[in-house]
Design a binder for this molecule. Structure first.
Ligand SMILES: [Zn+2]
Length: 288
């Protein structure tokens, strides 16, 4: 029944046994093997360069990508991308250091380059959309049973998120939880005319959602769903992110929280197919 397909370390080693295989994959994701002159592009031995068999034109598929400037072998890069891609609860540099048998500095650098590449797109959400906000860090995040959590994130941040039912999610740090900020988030991320928006009862939505078909559930009255009106997907996302941050990372500064959110959003939006998620991450890094 599951729509998921697995792509584990054995599959990775089978598909990418050496740097040549990685280079072929990188080349094929950007170019055709067939040159316009009718010749065929082939990898030049011992170089990260392809050459046409007829006109001798050369292409360096890693030029101007993050792979190019790095002394890290491509197989190691692919291994790191694979580890990140399969780590749905996130991964720390410490763990990456152990998995890849590299220095902490290298692991940290690779992870930060991956996270930086994972910017969320600008496409607006539509259809049945759930929206909610949450506090990360600070007192409201800590709570009685969450002592470690208060420490994990060094300052309080407000995060807003919206998710299409059976579709994509967006999540971003915003400046506050005001009505005006709700409106800004909605204007930026939600197609007003084409959306049935599901929220909680917060007053901050009233002005912000004028002209939107909005339906709300009243958590204060312990109403969590009324027919298909609920925000369960967002609630699940919040608890996954909070649990993961707490379990994986010792300290996260406010400054880095957005790039962690981008990572969780990437995983959510590519949740069904492990192999596609891996490939999509390689493509994203090539374009970064
Ligand atoms: Zn040619």
């Amino acid at each position: 029944m599951s729509r998921e397909t697995k792509y584990g370390i054995n599959s990775l080693k089978h598909d990418f046994p050496n740097d040549e295989a990685c280079l072929q994959f990188i080349f094929d994701s950007q170019h055709s093997r067939k040159c316009s002159c009718g010749g065929q592009y082939r990898l030049i031995d011992g170089r990260r360069q392809f050459q046409c068999s007829k006109c001798r034109f050369q292409i360096a598929p890693t030029a101007n990508t993050i792979f190019h400037k790095s002394a890290t072998p491509l197989t190691l890069w692919f291994h790191a991308i694979h580890v990140f891609s399969n780590a749905k609860s996130g991964i720390s540099a410490k763990q990456m250091e152990r998995d890849l048998e590299v220095t902490y500095k290298t692991a940290w650098r690779i992870l930060s380059l991956i996270r930086k590449a994972l910017k969320q797109d600008d496409e607006k959400l539509r259809g049945d959309v759930e929206m909610d906000s949450a506090y990360f860090g600070g007192r409201r995040y800590g709570g009685k049973n969450n002592e470690g959590l208060g420490k994990a994130i060094s300052a309080k941040s407000v995060v807003m998120a919206a998710v299409e039912r059976n579709g994509k999610i967006k999540a971003e740090i915003v400046k506050d939880n005001s009505a005006e900020t709700h409106k800004e988030f909605i204007d930026k991320n939600i197609a007003r005319g084409e959306t049935r928006l599901m929220t909680d009862k917060s007053q901050n939505y009233i002005k912000a959602t004028i002209g939107i078909n909005r339906q709300s559930v009243d958590h204060g009255k312990r109403e969590f769903a009324r027919g298909d009106v609920h925000i369960n997907r967002i609630e699940t996302f919040w608890s996954h992110v909070k649990r993961s941050l707490k379990g994986t990372h010792k300290v996260i500064s406010k400054q880095h929280l957005q790039s962690y959110l981008d990572g969780f959003v990437f995983h959510y939006n590519n949740r069904y197919n492990d192999k596609e998620r891996f490939s999509s991450l390689v493509y994203t890094l090539l374009r970064a």
